[in-house]
Design a protein around this ligand. Structure first.
Ligand SMILES: [Zn+2]
Length: 372
């Protein structure tokens, strides 16, 4: 009994010492954690979440000052600076990071890639190319190839884009567009015709090369061939027919084939109440001035605001109130007659194969916003 009490008394200071040691360890751990992610870092993240970029920047700079060994913080800061368009500071930050002796090979490659991207977004394409080139024999090869491809597209170096696209493993190919762009560069020479014909052979289900080839024939006053080439789209790629219905009618007028085109457009319009078909039929129809009948058919089917606007277009509004209503209608529905990129949402009056906003290919449907 006495021995038990002695043991018990001895255990009390032992437990006290262990408790003290544990609390010391906690403090040390907290200090290490705090050094790894200083309070300024959390503040910066908080500002970032609230879109207060300037405050986030100041706190990140402070976090880097407290913890200069951290290799991730400069990347976050550089990303923020890049977002603000401060290219000089971003690049200088990456340069400092690149010359640090404690970077391993992989970390160094990451910095080089970030610099290539930064130069690209700053529009400094030759510097960007150089940095991407430095990554071609590394684990960043595929990313570097994609970067170089973007640079080639921006600088309209289509032959280089073609060569790069063949080296990319998982790239959704836009080769036919590169060929077409290359063909357009050689303009009316026979070389352009051969390029377009080759693209048609390679990608017979894409309409672009047919359209380019038809224009080539038209530029060379061969309207029969221009007509026949576009006719393939009318027969086999009707989704894209709205893009060419007006153009093919122009070629048809040269060779006396208008009625063939009218019949075809009329047939397509019955299947798809598309505004480009309606416009072609109204503007070039037999009744002058246009009766508005096709726009009316569109309205009956889908209450199309765009069709309504086109229907009232030829009216001669005399009273100020009428003019005001017309002006408001026009203003509110102006985008309906435009195209929209399905990737970035950019709205454009003109149709593009490559979106002028996000630079994606084939992301703009050939239909007006008012019809989608
Ligand atoms: Zn886009």
């Amino acid at each position: 009994m006495f021995e038990d009490i002695v043991w018990f008394l001895l255990l009390i200071p032992g437990a006290f010492v262990l408790g003290w040691l544990a609390s010391r360890l906690d403090v040390v751990h907290w200090r290490i954690e705090n050094r790894r992610n200083p309070k300024a870092y959390f503040k910066a993240m908080n500002f970032l979440v609230n879109q207060q970029i300037e405050d986030a920047l100041q706190n990140l700079i402070e976090a880097i000052r407290i913890n200069p060994e951290n290799k991730e913080l400069p990347h976050i800061l550089a990303g923020l600076l890049q977002r603000s368009g401060d290219w000089d500071k971003t690049l200088s930050l990456y340069n400092q990071l690149l010359h640090r002796s404690d970077l391993n090979d992989q970390e160094r490659l990451k910095v080089i890639f970030s610099m290539a991207e930064c130069y690209y977004f700053a529009g400094m394409y030759s510097q960007s190319s150089q940095y991407y080139q430095n990554l071609l024999n590394t684990s960043y090869r595929q990313l570097a190839l994609k970067g170089l491809l973007r640079v080639s597209e921006r600088t309209k170096n289509w032959s280089q884009a073609l060569s790069l696209s063949t080296q990319l493993a998982d790239h959704k190919t836009s080769k036919h567009h590169y060929w077409c762009e290359e063909g357009k560069l050689v303009a009316i020479s026979e070389g352009a015709k051969e390029i377009f014909q080759k693209v048609i052979e390679d990608t017979p289900k894409h309409p672009r090369a047919y359209m380019e080839l038809a224009r080539w024939y038209a530029d060379n006053r061969d309207y029969h061939s221009a007509f026949d080439t576009l006719w393939v789209i009318f027969e086999n790629m009707q989704y894209y027919a709205p893009l060419v219905c007006c153009e093919i009618l122009g070629y048809a007028q040269h060779i006396g084939q208008e009625s063939k085109v009218f019949q075809a457009v009329e047939k397509l319009f019955q299947k798809n109440r598309c505004v480009d078909f309606a416009r072609t039929l109204e503007e070039n129809g037999h009744s002058k001035p246009s009766s508005g009948e096709y726009f009316m058919q569109m309205m009956r089917q889908s209450e199309s605001l765009l069709a309504a606007l086109l229907w009232v277009q030829p009216f001669n509004f005399l009273h100020d109130e009428q003019k005001l209503v017309h002006k408001i209608l026009q203003h509110k529905s102006q985008d309906l007659d435009s195209y929209r990129c399905s990737h970035c949402g950019l709205v454009t009056k003109k149709f593009y194969w490559q979106c002028v906003g996000c630079k994606s290919w084939d992301t703009i449907p050939p239909l007006r916003l008012g019809e989608l």
